[in-house]
Design a protein around this ligand. Sequence first.
Ligand code: SF4
Length: 269
Amino acid sequence: MTAALVRAAGDLASEMAGLDLRGRIRLVEDRIPGRLVFTTSLGIEDQALTHALALNKGRTEIVTLDTGRLFPETYDVWAETEAAYGIRIRAYAPERVAEEEFVAREGINGFRHSVAARQACCGFRKVEPLGRALDGAAAWFTGLRAGQSANRADTPLAEADEGRGLIKVNPLADWTRAQIDAFVRENFIPYNALHDRGFPSIGCAPCTRAVKVGEDERAGRWWWEQESKKECGLHLHRPEADVAPGQEAAAFEEPASAATSREQRRELV
Ligand code: SF4
């Protein structure tokens, strides 16, 4: 099974290389029987992919992971995209009990206490819903690009996801950010307004900041952590079970305004 999956992914990647985006999607839909799922984060790469999928009118389901902590701008572009293409993007939400227990235990922003706490939050808000979204899927489309970060530099067009028993398809793996921007502009594709405000990569609101000139595209994600740990668990090649509570979490720097307000409150007591 595993060897066959690896071989099938390798063959698919080779064939995809010579095709344009819509051709790559069509090839996958022709070659892989069964359920096909695209998980969109509604970021700019995923908007390009949604555009191509919608125009192809194929059989790939478009879903998203609604963590409950997304930016208002992300919900706006979600609604705008559904209206523009006449589609529905199915949402997978965190399990209520898991969310309630995490917030009771760690606090509403408890993911900043340690890498382990952050991964636990990503676990119930993203990884577990992803498992449900991909249940029974034969292929999983993503908008990953090799140029997004050092962690993603070896992203292929298609790969075997042996843990999930499916083929992970990354049709934009060899695209540059400049190509994505041009494609979105030329095709009038709706995109998140935050991309124009210094956010090349957009995740949950409390865990994403704008990047500075010259920084890695994903430098604004979990910026208080070490670069090597900065994945949410959706696209890990290996599980990160070796991170102990408190390990590798640099001090989270809260906004100066929050600290000032706290000092002012103390003076009032
Ligand atoms: S990105 Fe932040 S808020 Fe979102 S699931 Fe991960 S830790 Fe939680």
